[in-house]
Design a protein around this ligand. Structure first.
Ligand code: G3P
Ligand code: MG
Length: 361
């Protein structure tokens, strides 16, 4: 989980607080750092480069394994990020491993959704693209699409243990669950194929059957990306799929969404921050810092840009969460948000970190 710190590092006092950073609209827009994020993050490290303040990224985004996202973030932000510091919308999907480990499941979304699920341990996962390729004419407009994707080929490069797309007979083996891992790329194809899978009980083209479970990594209606105004997120895709499905099928679509603002996401972040606190003091101050019987982190700050996701989540999680809203993403208001007011509103993430470090002395 963590790497041992140097002797000099172990002698500092324990941090009594931790920070969870939202990514889109706070740290990055697209792949570009915003709000002074690299400099702000650097303040959370010792000169030696080891962690001074436990922090992590709590994003509803995703599409690549946490280990790869950590490398990508380290490069973009010029600080060393560990995989354990990256919590993505789909990270809780690994908790469903026992239920679906050897079952045929579909994963869809931008990036490499099947690789993400394979790395969590799911043995029989197909990307929606791979799955659709077994059914001739399932997408009636595919011949008009001029783009190609590299998802299938990239997957084979993912890891040594994942060098094969699982074998299965899709005409007799029913899909047992569908996972929307990240923002879907081809909404039209995905709505068509998922409607087929979901209404047929996992066997497209066949009679109606019991709907397999459908899991969304998050439910953001909109989020802040590189374009000046907000972009449609996974929540918008859910509404589109649900609207269509409920018109063509007699039973309403059943689905579950993970990600913020669910309180369990914040509970999990709290547990990881405590472990990170322990990591930075693992040898010398075991009792005082994060070890058994040690005081918990007194304040956990979440810095976000979306009131109905980041701030609402902090409200629902309750103590010890303290919410800070920046004006670099979804929220742009002069004063606080009316429905989900944050504990503090600032312009940028740099200002937020400044406030936290001053407050914590
Ligand atoms: O697709 C990403 C988006 O829904 C939100 O990401 O980092 O703002 O939680 P984030
Ligand atoms: Mg955000």
């Amino acid at each position: 989980f963590c790497q041992l710190q140097s002797k000099q590092q172990q002698e500092k006092r324990c941090s009594s607080f931790g920070i969870a950073f939202d990514i889109d609209g706070v740290i990055l827009r697209g792949r570009v750092p915003i709000g002074g994020s690299p400099q702000a993050l650097r303040r959370l490290y010792e000169d030696s480069g080891s962690l001074k303040v436990p922090f992590l990224f709590l994003t509803n985004g995703g599409g690549i394994p946490e280990s790869r996202r950590a490398i990508e973030l380290s490069e973009i932000l010029s600080v060393k990020i560990l995989p354990s510091q990256v919590l993505q919308g789909h990270s809780p999907f690994k908790n469903l491993l026992k239920r679906y480990e050897n079952q045929l499941i579909i994963a869809t979304g931008k990036g490499e959704p099947a690789l993400v699920m394979s790395e969590y341990g799911f043995k029989k996962v197909l990307s929606l693209e791979e799955y659709a390729s077994f059914f001739e004419n399932i997408d009636p407009v595919s011949q008009y699409k001029r783009w190609t994707t590299e998802q299938v080929s990239n997957r084979t490069k993912g890891s040594l243990s994942l060098n094969m797309t699982p074998r299965c007979n899709v005409s007799s083996e029913a899909v047992k669950a569908v996972f929307i891992v990240s923002d879907p790329v081809d909404w039209g194809r995905d709505i068509q194929v998922l409607s087929d899978v979901l209404r047929s009980g996992g066997l497209p083209g066949q009679e109606n059957g019991h709907q397999p479970p459908l899991y969304f990594a998050a439910d953001d209606l909109e989020y802040q990306a590189a374009f000046p105004s907000q972009r449609l997120g996974m929540g918008a895709f859910r509404i589109a799929l649900e609207s269509v499905f409920n018109r063509i099928h007699h039973n309403a679509l059943e689905n579950v969404s993970f990600g913020k603002p669910n309180p369990f996401v914040f509970k999990n972040a709290e547990a990881i921050l405590s472990q990170l606190q322990l990591c930075s003091h693992i040898e010398s101050n075991f009792k005082e810092c994060g070890g058994p019987g040690s005081p918990p982190l007194k304040t956990l700050y979440v810095i976000g840009d979306n009131p109905s996701v980041d701030v609402k989540g902090a409200h629902q999680a309750g103590n010890p969460w303290f919410s800070i809203l920046t004006r670099t993403g979804v929220f742009r208001g002069e004063s606080n948000h009316a429905e989900f007011p944050a504990d503090l509103v600032v312009d940028t993430v740099a200002e937020a970190v400044d406030y936290i470090l001053q407050r914590e002395g």
